[in-house]
Design a protein. Structure first.
Length: 80
């Protein structure tokens, strides 16, 4: 089961990255997620992102789709 801390860690990462810039490459997001010590199953969702460079809205849409597809919407919530 995912915790509030898992959701908060993922949201903090998104907030931090997009405070610095408007677009973020997938690889950088994955590396920063690993460095942020995000739970391994949440990292698995992050790794599902297709290659590319993401705006905040697009990144959150992709992550929320993966979270929903895994049935984790109730336990992990969505990101913004």
């Amino acid at each position: 089961m995912h915790s509030i801390e898992d959701h908060a860690a993922l949201q903090r990462l998104i907030d931090t990255l997009f405070a610095e810039r408007r677009r973020v490459p997938r690889l950088e997001f994955i590396v920063r997620a690993e460095l942020a010590d995000i739970a391994s199953d949440v990292l698995a969702v992050v790794a599902l992102l297709p290659p590319g460079t993401y705006s905040r809205d697009r990144l959150c849409d992709q992550l929320n789709s993966a979270i929903t597809a895994h049935g984790w919407g109730r336990s992990l919530g969505t990101v913004q």
